[in-house]
Design a protein around this ligand. Sequence first.
Ligand code: GP9
Length: 418
Amino acid sequence: GNELSDIEDFIEENVKVDEKSNMFGAAEGKNVIWINAESLQTFVINNDVYGEEVTPFLNSLIEDEDTYYFDNFYEQTGQGNTSDSEFLIENSMYPLSRGAVFFTHGGNEYHATPEIIKEEGYTSSVLHANNGSFWNRFQMYDSLGFDHFYDEKAYEINEENSVGWGLKDKPFFEQSIKYLQSMEEPYYAKFITLTNHFPFELEEEDQYIEPYDSNSNTLNNFFPAVRYMDDAIKEFFDQLKEADLYEDSVIVIMGDHIGISANHNKAMSMYLDKDEITPYDQVQLQRVPLFIHIPGDGNGETISEVTGQIDMKPTMLNLLGVEQEEDIYFGNDLFSENRKGYIALRNGDFVSDEYISTVGICYDRETGEPLEESMDDATEKENTNACSSIDEKVQTELQHSDNLIYGDLLRFYNFEEE
Ligand code: GP9
């Protein structure tokens, strides 16, 4: 009992924002088409390989007046990779520091977005052309309140339309249109792509740009695979328009987690034209792109505030105009001006408006320079730095989220408004 009320107090004091953002209700009643873009990282956006744009469609989307693009948006996943990103966006809670919460706590009680919006008349589905048991999705999707899961059995998959992990993204989107058409509106439909997955295999005919040339085949092949996904998303937009499914939807595209690990830093430093990848750069490479595209909105812009996957549940609920008075969550509406001011990464590092804290060093976020430690007057030890006060909050927040999961504490929370 005490544990849950401590967590509630922390959230009241540090997370919740009373005022609604001016985007509250901006997508009320619209269908939500969500694309979880496998391994898409921000460093490829508006970048090129030997003069060829890597993501021409996504780059053009940034310029579109109906798109809100977030360029300082961080992934916050742990070992559960894609499943962790799903956990973050639906619950606004952190995945675990070890293992995948989809496996270890798939049967817990949650209060996730699909369940909440059901009360507003939404139906919800996941579409992903892989084995449904991967990441224990059947059980967790049930706990999160999804109504339907279109897994590999819903798709026609053969040798010609597959590569690497399975069905290629283009036939995946193409074959999914009929399912969207059959969904009861309004719907929340989450698409999880697959082609841009390590080791980024691609057939010759699907390579629209040349691979990079470095000592890392992983990084080299990443670029044509991202380009293929970019083109698949472009075609999906066209298909949505043709099927009359575009106008009445809000389309979210989010990178789920990094695709290129620190093992490829030598090649990465060459690509980014840096002497080395510092711990500061490593954190910055955890940025993944987020696009919120609202057809007809007209006020789209690039937002550079520090934001992350933890923010997606409150953001989506606010966009859909859903009140969220009694709830447990650790993120803020991305459009709110009163945000808590930091993004916690799963390993305890964090990014705030001013600082980046990693490997025990406090960096200036703007310059990437480490800040000097200052003397702690009380202990006369050099043990404080500019990051210390935020660090304390970050560790408490992660601990609270872990405790909620380990103790299955949401069973005891009263989500009804009093
Ligand atoms: C598996 C797919 C990829 O179904 O979502 O998962 P990942 O290996 O990226 O976590």
